[in-house]
Design a protein around this ligand. Structure first.
Ligand SMILES: N[C@@H](CCC(=O)N[C@@H](CS)C(=O)NCC(=O)O)C(=O)O
Length: 203
């Protein structure tokens, strides 16, 4: 039995797909349709109707990107720091990305999910300014990678978030983040997953 990743290319499931490739974990990808919020199979796995979600080889269902990342990397990964201090900082950045940046991105790109039509512009403006504060924080932290001097799963997580922000020109004022993003575009795992995703589109 393999893992099953439920998701859509360029959505939050990218984080999990990058990670599975990087760790050579075999999986089947279940592409969600446009009506996935009312799809009974999806809702039986995740009543919240959100992705990413995965089914483990023994049939357990996991939701929340952070929890899935921790499940997949637990105890066996070159993709997490190997020191106690490194781990402490890693947890901080992972929590910051999943509980601060990701939700603010949802507010910015989907304001209509949260407020009435007359307030969407205001919500977009406010979430944009919050995102800029977050990017500024990261700009002051980021080096070659976001945690220490070697690639970690935090980099794949961050790349997925930046991919959405780049579309709306958020990265232009953050040269170090932009450099990191450009470098990750050339990452072998990311390039391989993008190729697979393109092949899936044409099937
Ligand atoms: N906190 C969740 C957020 C997941 C999430 O909001 N995913 C988006 C796609 S990137 C989604 O499924 N949106 C559908 C919806 O909520 O309607 C996580 O980290 O996994």
């Amino acid at each position: 039995m393999k893992y099953k990743i439920f998701g859509k290319s360029e959505w939050g499931s990218d984080i999990i797909e990058f990670l599975c490739h990087e760790l050579s974990i075999e999986y089947d990808f279940v592409e969600i349709g446009d009506n996935f919020k009312s799809d009974k199979t999806i809702l039986s796995v995740n009543p919240l109707g959100r992705v990413p979600m995965v089914e483990t080889p023994n049939g357990e269902c996991l939701i929340e990107s952070l929890a899935i990342v921790y499940h997949l990397t637990e105890g066996k990964s070159h993709l997490v720091p190997d020191t106690k201090n490194g781990m402490t900082y890693f947890h901080q950045i992972m929590a910051f990305m999943s509980s601060s940046i990701y939700p603010a991105i949802l507010l910015y790109f989907h304001p209509d999910h949260y407020v009435s039509n007359e307030n969407t512009e205001d919500l977009m403006n406010r979430s944009k300014s919050i995102l800029e504060t977050y990017l500024n924080y990261l700009e002051n932290k980021i080096g070659e990678y976001i945690v220490g001097n070697s690639l970690s799963v935090a980099d794949f997580y961050l790349f997925t978030l930046l991919f959405w922000l780049e579309e709306d020109h958020f990265l232009e004022n953050y040269p170090k983040i932009q450099n990191f993003y450009n470098k990750m575009l050339q990452n072998q795992t990311i390039m391989k997953v993008r190729k697979i995703q393109n092949e899936r589109k044409t099937v």
